[in-house]
Design a protein around this ligand. Structure first.
Ligand SMILES: *Cc1c(COP(=O)(O)O)cnc(C)c1O
Length: 226
């Protein structure tokens, strides 16, 4: 089932890429394994999935203690400062850095284990989508500049969540905003390459607007049981 779903999603990504003149090799698919048991994750790895996403700090810590192999963990959820310690070892990439305070803690904890932690800044691109994320240019530039002077942080891009709505235009605008924010930062001298945007319901639009990382749960694993 997971293998089949995974192949279907990969196919859809390939078609979307073809239709908008992109290469699917530019895009990584992160399978969001939150709430999924270890057996399911092992099945996903057997299916060839190389990137896993979790959104709860302790869940990532617990799962990463139990499974290892040739794949990367992504921490995609809101991260509280006091929980950085749970994710710093396992996370290849922390997607949702939304404050200088959090960046500072990540820098400290990464320093303690001699790691350069890759991060993305979370940008709030709509009113509804989430409570979290940097809101305006000043906040965004301040956070990016802070990250740039942290010796144990490597800021590689931006992340956002679109609201869960049926109006495609609203969703597309969020993704356009994220892409334009990245371009603005790069014109100011940053070198951001990654745009983490697009989930089960909106990844096609995200691809069209330049996503380099898709975070997909439901389309691969089915509806979640909480
Ligand atoms: C759960 C989650 C996803 C995946 O959502 P699906 O709709 O199941 O694909 C993506 N990003 C974040 C931050 C999430 O928490």
């Amino acid at each position: 089932m997971i293998l089949e779903n995974f192949k279907k999603v990969e196919e859809k990504i390939a078609v979307s890429c073809f239709n908008c003149g992109r290469k699917s090799s530019e895009i990584s698919l992160i399978a969001v394994t939150k709430t999924q048991p270890i057996e399911t994750i092992e099945e996903a790895l057997k299916a060839g999935i190389k990137d896993l996403g979790e959104n709860k700090a302790q869940e990532l810590r617990d799962k990463s203690d139990l499974i290892s192999g040739d794949f990367r963990w992504h921490f995609i959820g809101h991260l509280q400062t006091n929980k950085v310690k749970y994710v710093i070892k396992a996370a290849d990439l922390i997607h949702a850095v939304d404050s200088i305070k959090l960046a500072n803690e990540i820098n400290q904890k990464a320093g303690q284990i001699n790691k350069k932690q890759k991060v993305l800044l979370e940008i709030k691109t709509s009113d509804e989508a989430t409570k979290f994320g940097l809101r305006n240019e000043k906040e965004i530039f301040n956070a990016a500049e802070f990250c740039a002077q942290c010796s144990n942080i490597d800021l590689v891009g931006l992340m956002t969540m679109a609201p869960y709505v049926s109006d495609e235009k609203v969703i597309r605008q969020c993704f356009i905003t994220l892409r334009e924010t990245k371009e603005k930062l790069n014109r100011a001298g940053f070198r951001l390459t990654e745009l983490s945007m697009g989930m089960t319901n909106d990844f096609k639009i995200a691809i069209e607007e330049g996503a380099t990382m898709l975070r997909i749960g439901t389309a691969i694993f089915g509806e979640r049981n909480y």
